[in-house]
Write a protein that binds this ligand. Structure first.
Ligand code: DAH
Length: 341
């Protein structure tokens, strides 16, 4: 092939290629053009290249130089088109995408199942007239024990059952003043009554801590819902009604509730509350009539007011509802697990 003809073939291939890449307006058209001009087997550039063998030897050098230039020219036209279509992101925009259309809500995150449960419990108890109160997670022994009628010698104070901590302000070495990560939300009963004259009707939802080894049903941190209702004439019958309404609302349908005698230092009488769920009785917490000593500790007059209190495990309520078998799943924070709720 004469040199002139070879150069002309290169020239027209380049012109057509640049034109095609400039015109490309989608992933598909760009790819079609790439295959047509730069295709490794039958691309047009390749076809011209194959004819170089027929150019006279004296002209081969010139032909080769021009071939390389053309190749670069076409390649860079292709790169330009790609950048133009991807806006530098490497992802080609859909030509059908219309940024002016109204958006649709796309949920990328969600509330943790425990948070969802807490919100629902607040909602149900709110409808029964209970407002939400809170208290610190780092507590003193007065609020975690003394005011709740738990004597110095009581096993509930055992260092093996509590996370005692020495805080910076504590100057004495005496263990009497040690703070602790609260072991129960009953602390909030005391904090509320100290600051509010009766009547009170509150719930408190929050974390509590106990040095338990983690297994399918235990975790060193978990959540409780504490409830307290004090007024002039509150009885155990009111407690049972509230627990019944709560269970029916949370679990749906008519869920039988039963109370069994038990013991807690801060209630007299004390009960354990169970509900009948999935063919068996499930314990959902402790409760009772507030002990007069507790009322006295906060300056209430036990002759004038009475009340009931309860403390339920939030994890258990959440797990029963969603058929979660292992409490640890709630805190591993594996996204694929959390995504289900
Ligand atoms: N604080 C108790 C616990 O953590 C639960 C409890 C029992 C709370 C009886 C109460 C109550 O308010 O009256 O095991």
């Amino acid at each position: 092939m004469p040199l002139a003809e070879f150069l002309e073939a290169l020239e027209s291939t380049a012109t057509d290629a640049v034109q095609a890449f400039n015109d490309a307006n989608s992933n598909e058209t760009l790819e079609t053009a790439r295959v047509e001009f730069l295709g490794a087997k039958n691309g047009r550039l390749k076809t011209v290249q194959k004819q170089m063998g027929t150019v006279e030897n004296d002209n081969k050098k010139t032909a080769g130089q021009k071939l390389n230039e053309t190749k670069q020219q076409i390649q860079s036209a292709f790169e330009d088109a790609k950048n133009r279509l991807t806006g530098g992101t490497g992802v080609i925009r859909d030509p059908n995408f219309d940024a002016t259309l109204p958006g649709r809500l796309f949920r990328v995150g969600r509330l943790h199942p425990i948070t969802q449960t807490i919100e629902e419990l607040k909602d149900i108890m709110g409808r029964l007239g209970f407002t939400t109160a809170g208290g610190p997670e780092i507590e003193d022994q007065f609020h975690n024990f003394n005011a709740l009628n738990i004597p110095e010698s009581h096993p509930a104070r055992d260092p093996l059952d509590n996370f005692y901590i020495r805080v910076a302000e504590q100057t004495t070495d005496s263990d009497d003043n040690l703070m602790l990560l609260r072991s129960q939300t009953s602390t909030v009963q005391i904090r509320v009554m100290e600051n509010t004259p009766p009547p009170v009707r509150i719930i408190s939802l929050g974390r509590v801590y106990r040095p338990d080894t983690a297994d399918a049903t235990h975790y060193p941190m978990f959540h409780q819902m504490e409830g307290l209702w004090v007024d002039t004439n509150v009885t155990l019958a009111d407690l049972k009604t509230v627990l019944q309404l709560f269970a029916t609302n949370y679990l749906g349908g008519s869920v039988p509730v039963r109370i069994r005698p038990s013991f807690f230092p801060f209630t007299e009488p004390s009960v354990e509350a169970d509900y009948f769920w999935d063919g068996r009785w499930v314990e959902f917490g402790g409760a009772g009539v507030v002990d007069p000593n507790v009322l006295k500790a906060v300056g209430y007059d036990p002759e004038k007011v009475s009340g009931f209190a309860f403390g339920l495990g939030v994890e258990r309520l959440c797990m029963i509802r969603h058929q979660i078998k292992d409490i640890r799943d709630l805190f591993t924070n594996e996204v694929r697990f959390l995504h289900q709720f």
